[in-house]
Design a protein. Structure first.
Length: 195
């Protein structure tokens, strides 16, 4: 059985699909998101008609973003996500990652500068290398060559950190593209958070 969005509720995407009642596994994903953020992402709601996609995206997200073995800092992870999302002009992701980065840094002005053009924001050598790599993965992954990884090593990143950075950038390119392709609306809560 499916339920439509309540009358008058803003659309979460351009799709006109009924919103099915989530399975227990999907509901657990939504509950985990709500516990972490205080709301469910519109991108998750837009995918509810394909529960296997909600579950797969959540599993991949946790594998690349919440890996306890990774030594990339939360700030570095969100920097990568924001650079990728800004380049892709993915509204829900830009607002969400800018919010997360404001929460981590407490510096809304710095985050806005990263969002508009990270090259003009004061970044450490390591952060700049990660941002440049994320942009290369987003713009022209086929043009990446060994020298690109050497720049990361020269900035102090280890081999596993480079792998983590690549996985994070690749994941957010996927997320950005599906959100943009179906017109997922940004969450107002993300815009308002940590200001």
């Amino acid at each position: 059985m499916t339920d439509a969005l309540p009358a008058g509720a803003p659309a979460v995407s351009w799709l006109d699909l009924p919103t099915p009642r989530p399975s227990d596994a999907v509901q657990a994903v939504l509950d985990r998101t709500k516990e972490k953020l205080g709301y469910v992402r519109n991108g998750q709601t837009a995918l509810l008609a394909r529960p296997e996609l909600v579950l797969a995206q959540d599993a991949l997200s946790r594998a690349v973003n919440a890996n306890p073995a990774s030594t990339l800092s939360p700030k570095e992870r969100e920097l990568i996500a924001l650079v990728v999302s800004s380049e892709n002009r993915c509204e829900p992701c830009v607002l969400g990652h800018a919010s997360a980065l404001r929460g981590i840094t407490g510096d809304a002005f710095w985050v806005e500068r990263v969002q508009v053009n990270y090259r003009h924001a004061p970044l450490s050598v390591r952060e700049r290398a990660l941002a440049d790599y994320a942009l290369a993965i987003t713009r022209a992954p086929g043009a990446i060559e060994p020298a690109d990884l050497e720049r990361l090593r020269a900035a102090g990143l280890g081999e596993a950190e480079i792998l983590d950075a690549a996985a994070i950038a690749a994941y957010f390119n996927f997320s950005n593209r599906i959100n943009s392709a179906i017109g997922v609306a940004p969450n107002h809560e993300a815009y308002a958070a940590h200001r």
